[in-house]
Structures are given as structure tokens and as C-alpha cells.
Ligand binder design. Structure first.
Ligand SMILES: Cc1cc2nc3c(=O)[nH]c(=O)nc-3n(C[C@H](O)[C@H](O)[C@H](O)COP(=O)(O)O)c2cc1C
Length: 224
């Protein structure tokens, strides 16, 4: 993010691998806990240096390293470079975790195979789809996976919203729940109207009622 990189922090550190080394070393020396690091592949396409930075982190005592296969300049634009992640995996001894655009079991299997990584990190793919982890695990284990129905999705959304409010209090919980609910209902019939109402709702009780109503509609649609 701009506020970090203008201070020389975050992805800006990719420009100074020796500083990455110093920071990781100091952190490792200050704790008995394992220290992990997450990097992008470089500042821009002309300066992809993930291997160099990753080696500096490993040398400094990093326990595992995640690589988001994009440059800083790329932000979130399409085109994750899994090849560079594979190169990082090749040169490091510590576990390497691949990250970027893993949104389905199919992609997860491909990335695992192409990079030989030790783990996957998933961010946006799990938004509104926390079952993605279960789906990927099933694919890795070669077992069948039944995608959740809209009713099951809404049931999960209900639990998610309740936990959010328990964790953060009703005011913040409801505000944060809106975006999650919008993700959960993507592609479900009646989603647009649901989203509009949710965005004008300030109480957990009302949110739960709206989820119940949409769920009832889905049950009727399923019967038709
Ligand atoms: C809501 C949100 C918050 C994030 N916060 C952080 C963060 O604090 N530190 C970080 O290194 N990356 C953060 N990221 C970036 C992700 O860890 C990840 O590298 C990026 O989203 C690409 O993975 P994806 O395609 O699975 O989303 C965040 C991403 C999202 C969507």
C-alpha cells in the first residue's frame, strides 16, 4: 500500500534485500517463535528479484516464506507469475507457500504441481466461499466434493455474521458483514435486492431475518 511503500516499508523493501536480511535477523534474534516472511516477486517487471530476497530472508533465519506472484507495480492486475514462485521453491530449503489468484480447487492443484510449493495461501478466493479450503483438500485427497447449495451457503453466512458481531460488537460487525454477505450471495437469485436491503440495515436481528427470508426463497425455488 502507498502509505507503506512511501516510507520504504512493505514491498519497497524488495529494492533493498540487505535490509530484509537485517530486519529478519533482528526479529529472529528477538523471539523464540518461528519468524515467517511474505514477499512479492519484485518491485516491477524489470526488477524481479524474488530469489535474491528469499535467500536473504532464509539466510537471516526465516522459518517459511510466502510468495505472492506479482510485482508491486502490478498491484492486483491479472497475471500471477507462478514460474518465479517455482524458482524460489527451487533455491530455498525452508518451506515455500505460493500465493495469488488461487480461487478454485483446479487452480490450487495446478499451482501445487507447477511450483512444487509446500503450502498455499488464499485470500480473496475465500471471500464468501470459506468452503474453498474443504474443496481444495478434497481435490488433493482425490475424493469427491459436493459444492454447497445456496441454502447451505446462506446457513454459513448466518453463522459468519453472528460470529462477526460476537467478535466485534454489533455496530462494527453489521457494517463488516455487509461485504461478506454480498460475496456469499453472488450468483444467487434475488441477490441484488438482498444486497440493497442489507446495505441499509443496522441491526443483527434484521440481518438475520433477511438471510432467513432469502433462504426461504431458495427453498421454494429448489422445489419448483
Ligand atoms: C482484505 C485483505 C487484506 C490483506 N491484508 C494483507 C496484509 O495485512 N499483509 C499482507 O502481506 N498481505 C495482505 N493481503 C494480500 C494477500 O495476503 C494476498 O497476498 C493477495 O490478496 C493475493 O492473494 P489472493 O489472490 O489469494 O487474494 C490482504 C488481502 C486482502 C484481500
Amino acid at each position: 500500500m502507498k502509505k507503506f511503500v512511501t516510507n520504504g516499508e512493505g514491498s519497497a523493501l524488495l529494492k533493498t534485500p540487505e535490509k530484509v536480511y537485517d530486519i529478519v535477523k533482528a526479529t529472529v534474534q528477538a523471539t523464540s517463535l518461528p519468524v515467517t516472511v511474505k514477499i512479492r516477486i519484485g518491485w516491477d517487471s524489470a526488477s524481479v528479484n524474488a530469489c535474491e530476497v528469499a535467500l536473504a530472508a532464509e539466510e537471516a533465519g526465516c522459518a517459511a516464506l510466502t510468495v505472492h506472484g506479482r510485482t508491486r507495480e502490478q498491484l492486483y492486475r491479472p497475471g500471477v507469475d507462478y514460474e518465479t514462485i517455482a524458482r524460489v521453491k527451487d533455491v530455498l530449503k525452508i518451506p515455500v507457500i505460493a500465493n495469488g489468484d488461487i480461487t478454485s480447487a483446479e487452480v490450487a492443484c495446478r499451482v501445487k504441481k507447477e511450483t512444487a510449493c509446500d503450502g498455499l495461501m488464499i485470500a480473496r478466493g475465500a471471500e464468501g466461499n470459506p468452503m474453498l479450503f474443504r474443496e481444495i483438500l478434497a481435490a488433493f485427497n482425490g475424493v469427491d466434493y459436493q459444492k454447497p447449495s445456496s441454502v447451505e451457503l446462506l446457513s454459513m453466512a448466518r453463522e459468519h455474521v453472528q460470529l462477526l458481531c460476537m467478535d466485534k460488537g454489533e455496530e462494527i460487525g453489521v457494517r463488516e458483514a455487509r461485504k461478506h454477505l454480498a460475496w456469499y450471495v453472488k450468483g444467487i437469485r434475488g441477490a441484488a435486492a438482498f444486497r440493497n436491503t442489507v446495505n441499509n440495515t443496522w441491526s443483527l436481528a434484521k440481518l438475520l431475518t433477511l438471510i432467513d427470508e432469502l433462504e426461504a426463497e431458495q427453498l421454494i425455488l429448489n422445489e419448483e
